[in-house]
Design a protein around this ligand. Structure first.
Ligand code: HEC
Length: 184
């Protein structure tokens, strides 16, 4: 008699735990590890992490992700990173890659955008992903324009391998985000 009760209690605990953490997560993963397209109006209100720019004309026309990179991080993840120095499970970092379409404006010669962008994501969840626990996702501009709402997990060679080698900390290029250090 004791065992079924224990089993029910364990099951209820597991279900409640799963429900609770899924509800708290700032992203949605399907059973096949597909990422639901994050809501642009929501994540653009998240803390800003940094900007880099990788134009084609400084890379022999062949930059890997040519454009202006703007990075946002989910709010709890930034708090944990600042307080405890770690990116917790449940972190999502989003990078918009704005395509450069114009090289001259009223302010001068430079790099200007007209709205096209790819959305790149790094999700930390050690229950889902191997190694340090990061999964990488990519919504290309054409996917976004076609209304695509799910992205599949990128193969390790496409994203993780470079992040493992060059990133300052835990596969994140912390060296390029001074804003991680303290409240600006
Ligand atoms: C050849 C190296 C390289 C590859 C391959 C690469 N990245 Fe990155 N990634 C970087 C660098 C360097 C930065 C930070 C500077 C910048 O914006 O370019 C970065 C930044 C990011 C960020 C912001 C958070 C962070 O870790 O700094 C995300 C999200 C991201 N990349 C996703 C991806 C995805 C998704 C792929 C695969 C489709 C990918 N990356 C492939 C080098 C790479």
């Amino acid at each position: 008699m004791k065992r079924p009760i224990l089993l029910v209690a364990l099951l209820a605990g597991a279900l409640f735990g799963a429900w609770q953490s899924a509800a708290d997560l700032p992203y949605t993963l399907s059973g096949e590890q597909e990422l639901t397209l994050p809501d642009v109006t929501e994540y653009r209100q998240w803390p800003y992490m940094g900007t880099s720019m990788v134009p084609n004309d400084k890379n022999n026309g062949k930059a890997i992700f040519p454009g202006i990179h703007t990075v946002y991080i989910s709010p709890r993840a930034l708090r944990m990173r600042r307080e405890k120095g770690v990116f917790p499970d449940g972190t999502i970092i989003l990078m918009e890659n704005h395509h450069v379409n114009l090289k001259e404006a009223e302010s001068g010669f430079g790099y200007f955008t007209t709205g096209a962008m790819d959305l790149m994501a790094a999700v930390k969840d050690r229950r889902q992903f191997e190694g340090e626990g990061w999964g990488y996702y990519l919504f290309l501009d054409r996917d976004l324009k076609a209304g695509k709402k799910l992205a599949s997990l990128q193969p390790s060679a496409a994203c993780r391998s470079c992040h493992q080698v060059g990133a300052g900390e835990d596969q994140v290029f912390t060296q390029y985000y001074p804003s991680l250090k303290k409240e600006p």
